[in-house]
Design a protein around this ligand. Structure first.
Ligand code: G1P
Length: 307
């Protein structure tokens, strides 16, 4: 067992994409601010991070995305108005961000890929393990996935990614991995989830080069050695600096030097909100789970489907 007591307090959330799949709305609204039921999708990410013990979230953004930072800030005039009107419920709602991890932001500068985006966090994160959360992957609220990944790093060291079982056709849109199953170390509770060592990983392979049914989704717990690796990679799939090519270098790196790459197989619900259908599914599922909206929505959907 590796002794890695460093607490994991940083999360990096790449948010510099143009959101082209959601045009035209993303002409003027960042994709991360599109609502899932009544909250911008980015709030679910920050809440998930907070629940896992993360204290500091760094958004890697671009021009036109300042509404993300505004959302996690005080609204003096509105607060005073609500206070005067005695609207305490609304006041509490707009102050909920105070209970979340503290947010910061840095600009990516040039759209050179996810690996390049993560490298912009180097100075802020420093020499500490950190979580990367891709906002297009929405975990069901209450998910313990990141906490499980932190437990695995505490037990084994190295870096840990989240894996989803997919079909070969789907695998071509993800990082595809070769894996070896591991026994769950003592003190690690994956709640019936599986743990693997990753022995190979390739970004968005053609279908005949898919490694297995295990694809990487957007939750990573990375050793800071990944920054050094990201500084060395060349442009990869799509001509971009790929995060995958950075953490792939952890596979052969000495464990004493931050090496080792593990995977936690996701056994919780996850939505791909970067896709229109996945976005609608997330809205419907989370609204159905909401006690205020669920019953009426269920009746509406039943009636609608009968036509
Ligand atoms: C990114 C990563 C890919 C990963 C995927 C998970 O791809 O590059 O390795 O499997 O997220 O959602 P994107 O979906 O941004 O193209």
């Amino acid at each position: 067992m590796t002794d890695t007591p460093d607490p994991v307090v940083h999360a990096v959330v790449p948010s510099a994409g143009r959101g082209t799949r959601f045009l035209p709305i993303t002409k003027s609204i960042p994709k991360e601010m599109l609502p899932i039921v009544d909250r911008p999708s980015i709030e679910y990410i920050v809440r998930e991070a907070t629940d896992a013990g993360i204290e500091d979230v760094l958004f890697v953004t671009r021009a036109g995305k300042t509404s993300i930072e505004d959302y996690f800030d005080a609204e003096g005039d509105l607060e005073a108005e609500l206070e005067r009107a005695g609207k305490t419920g609304a006041l509490e709602t707009i102050r909920e961000y105070l209970g979340y991890a503290r947010v910061h932001s840095v600009r990516q500068g040039k759209p050179l890929g996810l690996g390049h985006a993560i490298l912009q966090a180097k100075r802020h994160v420093g020499d500490a393990p950190f979580v990367v959360m891709l906002p297009d992957d929405l975990m069901e609220p209450g998910s313990r996935l990141v906490s499980k990944m932190i437990q695995v790093r505490r037990a084994l060291g190295g870096s840990v990614v989240a894996l989803l079982k997919v079909t070969p056709e789907q695998a071509t849109a993800y990082a595809s991995t070769s894996v070896e199953f591991l026994d769950i170390p003592e003190g690690v509770d994956l709640e019936d989830g599986e743990l693997v060592r990753i022995t190979d990983v390739v970004e968005k392979p053609p279908i005949d080069q898919v490694k297995s049914e295990y694809a990487v989704i957007g939750r990573y717990l990375l050793d800071p050695a990944v920054f050094e690796a990201l500084e060395q990679i060349e442009p990869g799939a799509g001509g971009e600096y790929q995060l995958t090519d950075g953490y792939a270098r952890m596979i052969d790196r000495d464990p004493a030097d931050g090496g080792g790459l593990y995977g936690v197989v996701v056994n919780e619900r996850r939505f791909d909100t970067g896709d229109k259908l996945g976005y609608l599914e997330a809205n419907v599922s989370l609204a159905l789970a909401d006690p205020r909206l669920g019953p009426a929505l269920r009746d509406y959907l039943r009636a609608e489907l009968q036509d």
